[in-house]
Design a protein around this ligand. Structure first.
Ligand SMILES: NC(=O)c1ccc[n+]([C@@H]2O[C@H](COP(=O)([O-])OP(=O)(O)OC[C@H]3O[C@@H](n4cnc5c(N)ncnc54)[C@H](O)[C@@H]3O)[C@@H](O)[C@H]2O)c1
Ligand SMILES: O=C(O)C(=O)C[C@]1(C(=O)O)C=C[C@@H](O)C=C1
Length: 367
């Protein structure tokens, strides 16, 4: 498609969306705005945008597509400002915010003016922020929830999907309130728990500094998302307050229940608690990227020597196998344990496993 795309917020999500739009529509002109000069500079350097503007008006008035990718409280304020501008008659506006009820309500004045606003939420992301973390393939196979107002014509929804086709995401239309309830359960509330676990560890680390050094494997896995942008999560909690308050009460009941089982040393019910959770978790679709991301992880049992990471990545590079992430699980203090390399596809993971087995004697596990 041709036209001018205006991206407001050139961070992880705005940058990734712009990359996907550029990939599918090379003739489109992409213009961006951000409060952070660093993110603007980085977006230019990485070719995410063609140009930047210093006011909403300069970017929005002749845009064909406007994408908002700022924290949700900012989204609300920017939508109000956009409603005061003289926009193109056929402009399409969407956002990428993690909440939808308040955002869609804030688009009311625009919708009343006849502007097509379609709430959007790509259900993939990262704990990293900023344009430097943006990736073309961030949303591949992920669900992309859309919450169009009933006044929006079907053709406009198709048009938005066409603009966003480069994300290679799976679009799904839901109502704003359904969206907020679903994401409350599988995204927003888990973030509160992750941060709560980190805060608990911080408290105990005052008692014994070994806590921080021992926080490996499981703790790091379950708390990765606690490293996400605090501003973004503050806004999400304020927006999805009602849903989250209910979930918090349910959680307290669940914890009370576990507490009682432990107090009573009820071995059978404790086992059932873990078995039920494992069954549901194991049955989650893992090979489609969703709110629970798909991991094509390869575990490699490596010896403890300084150049081991470059040795392994060197073999993979020789065979042109690209990886998406690499980390060490320190099973023993200050000793390398298991190297975990993530791949975009299962095919890459299998190729990598075969490659490592050809070059080394290290045990590899596809898990
Ligand atoms: N991070 C994720 O995993 C994820 C996933 C899906 C959706 N989202 C949603 O996407 C949106 C953006 O999140 P992100 O992860 O890209 O955050 P980010 O911090 O990487 O980027 C946000 C950008 O918006 C800019 N910004 C803030 N206020 C602005 C304003 N008034 N005008 C112009 N720029 C402004 C910031 O400077 C920053 O560069 C949020 O609404 C978030 O809820 C995030
Ligand atoms: O993978 C992560 O780091 C994320 O937190 C991504 C995640 C999520 O909770 O799943 C975070 C917020 C978004 O609105 C959508 C996706």
């Amino acid at each position: 498609m041709k036209g001018k795309v205006f991206v407001i917020g050139l961070g992880l999500i705005g940058g990734s969306l712009a990359m996907a739009v550029r990939h599918a529509h090379p003739e489109a002109v992409i213009v961006g705005i951000d409060l952070s000069e660093k993110n603007i500079q980085l977006s230019r350097l990485l070719g995410i945008i063609d140009d930047s503007v210093s006011s909403l008006e300069a970017g929005a008035c002749d845009a064909d597509l406007i994408l908002l990718a700022v924290p949700v409280n900012e989204t609300v304020q920017i939508l109000a400002k956009l409603a005061e501008l003289d926009l193109k008659r056929d402009v399409l506006i969407s956002d990428a915010g993690s909440t939808k009820d308040k955002v869609v309500k804030a688009a009311g004045p625009l919708i009343d003016k006849g502007v097509a606003f379609i709430g959007g939420h790509p259900m993939a992301g990262s704990h990293k922020s900023g344009a430097g973390a943006a990736k073309l393939h961030l949303f591949e196979n992920a669900f992309y929830l859309l919450t169009p107002d009933e006044t929006v014509e079907e053709g406009k929804i198709e048009q938005l999907k066409e603009w966003l086709i480069g994300t290679r995401a799976n679009f799904l239309v839901v109502t704003p309130s359904t969206h907020d309830r679903l994401t409350g359960v599988i995204s927003h509330f888990p973030h509160i728990v992750a941060s709560g676990l980190v805060k608990q560890a911080e408290t105990y680390s005052k008692e014994n500094e070994l806590i921080s050094r021992l926080a490996a494997g499981g703790f790091r896995d379950i708390t990765r998302i606690a490293s996400s942008s605090p501003e973004m999560w503050r806004d999400i909690l304020l927006h999805n307050r009602d849903v989250l308050l209910v979930l918090m009460n349910d959680w307290l009941k669940e914890m009370e229940n576990v507490k009682e089982l432990v107090e009573n040393e009820d071995s059978e019910e404790i086992l059932r608690f873990f078995k039920d959770a494992k069954t549901f978790r194991d049955d989650l679709p893992t090979h489609a990227k969703g709110a629970i991301p798909a991991f094509y992880d390869l575990y490699i049992d490596v010896p403890d020597y300084a150049g081991v990471i470059s040795e392994i990545t060197g073999y993979l590079a020789q065979e042109g196998i690209s990886l998406t992430n690499i980390r060490i699980i320190e099973t023993r203090e200050e000793i390398y344990g298991v190297l975990v390399i993530s791949f975009q596809t299962d095919v890459d993971r299998i190729k990598a496993s075969e490659c490592i087995s050809r070059h080394t004697e290290y045990e590899t596990i596809l898990a």
